[in-house]
Write a protein that binds this ligand. Structure first.
Ligand code: KPL
Length: 313
């Protein structure tokens, strides 16, 4: 039976596992740190799902299984390496993270042409331990997941039904994720979706972390100059790699997301608050790296990387 295998016990991973369980999909969760307490998922409609006990050791997967890595980019190298001995049947891998660079890590470890799906989600999830010691993951915002094949070729199937004909296992993997945590939208050009999300994270995440504020405050006039500078640099870099972004549209979208998630604290804000490593290298750091290869000056992003890193000293 095909199954969803979820590596890591973060908020989004736990939510996917809980969704799979709730909808009768075979699933297994492999948190990095096994904790004795069971985790309960609390859904937006008031319902709840108790997660089944986690697994602590990988197992050989079947070709129809799906191995999801809802991890931070800097955690991927170790996690994929641990799974390498169990991938002889090439189960489809799904990379689900903020920022960029995960694909490069995966490609450096996996055989050429290994089937990988790239995904980005706007679902909100918060994992916390209650005062009574219970572990809960709350579905805080109904979002959507965009997903597509990580392939260099520009001629990818345009629709999910076309994908079923050429890449049936990957189309099944998408269908399985859709049943677990809908909605899931297939994107033939997933890299454009990932770069779009990168632009949003590049503005909201460092500014909220540096200024200790909620997402909605990004829209304040005091941040206009920085917002525009980040969007300008992002657009120059993305377009140098063949994308077709418009600076004003990028800025509009950033403001729309900051408003829509206004009451939230960004993931980078939370990471800084709790003393965890941030994703700055995979977000603004990625823009800086890509800019360097094309000789494009990106002073604002460079400064943000330095300032966020300094926060953790
Ligand atoms: O993805 C996010 C994050 O916090 O990482 C945003 C979209 C900024 C929502 O908070």
């Amino acid at each position: 039976m095909k199954k969803l295998h979820i590596v890591g016990g973060g908020a989004i991973g736990s939510l996917v596992a809980a969704g799979a369980q709730k909808n009768g999909i075979g699933n297994a969760c492999y948190p990095r740190n096994i904790v004795a307490m069971p985790t309960e998922a609390l859904w937006q409609d008031g319902g709840s799902t108790m997660l089944q006990p986690p697994f602590n050791t990988p197992t050989v997967l079947d070709s129809s299984d799906v191995l999801v890595f809802p991890l931070k980019v800097y955690q991927l190298q170790q996690a994929i390496t641990q799974w390498l001995p169990y991938l002889e049947n090439t189960p489809t891998i799904v990379l689900l993270h903020n920022g960029m660079g995960g694909l490069e890590t995966a490609r450096s470890l996996l055989p050429d042409d290994y089937p990988i799906l790239l995904a980005t989600t706007s679902h909100g999830a918060l994992k916390e331990t209650t005062s009574s010691g219970k572990i809960q993951v709350r579905h805080t915002g109904l979002g959507a997941t965009q997903i597509g094949l990580a392939k260099a070729t520009r001629r990818l199937p345009a629709t999910l039904s076309a994908l079923t004909l050429t890449y049936p296992l990957q189309a099944n993997a998408i269908a399985l994720l859709e049943r677990a945590l809908p909605p899931v939208h297939y994107q033939a050009n997933i890299l454009t979706s990932l770069w779009t999300k990168l632009s949003i994270n590049a503005v909201i995440n460092p500014l909220t972390a540096l200024n200790n504020m909620q997402n909605k405050r990004i829209a304040e006039a005091a941040f206009a100059e920085t917002r525009h500078a980040i969007c300008h640099e992002f657009t120059s870099v993305a377009n140098a790699y063949g994308y077709d972004f418009n600076e004003d549209d990028v800025h509009e979208k950033v403001l729309a997301v900051a408003k829509a998630t206004g009451e939230n604290y960004s993931s980078m804000h939370q990471d800084v608050l709790y003393g965890r490593p941030t994703e700055i290298d995979a977000i603004n750091g990625y823009i800086v790296e890509m800019a360097k290869k094309k000789g494009i000056p990106v002073p604002e992003n460079t400064l943000l990387v330095e300032r966020v890193k300094a926060l953790r000293l």
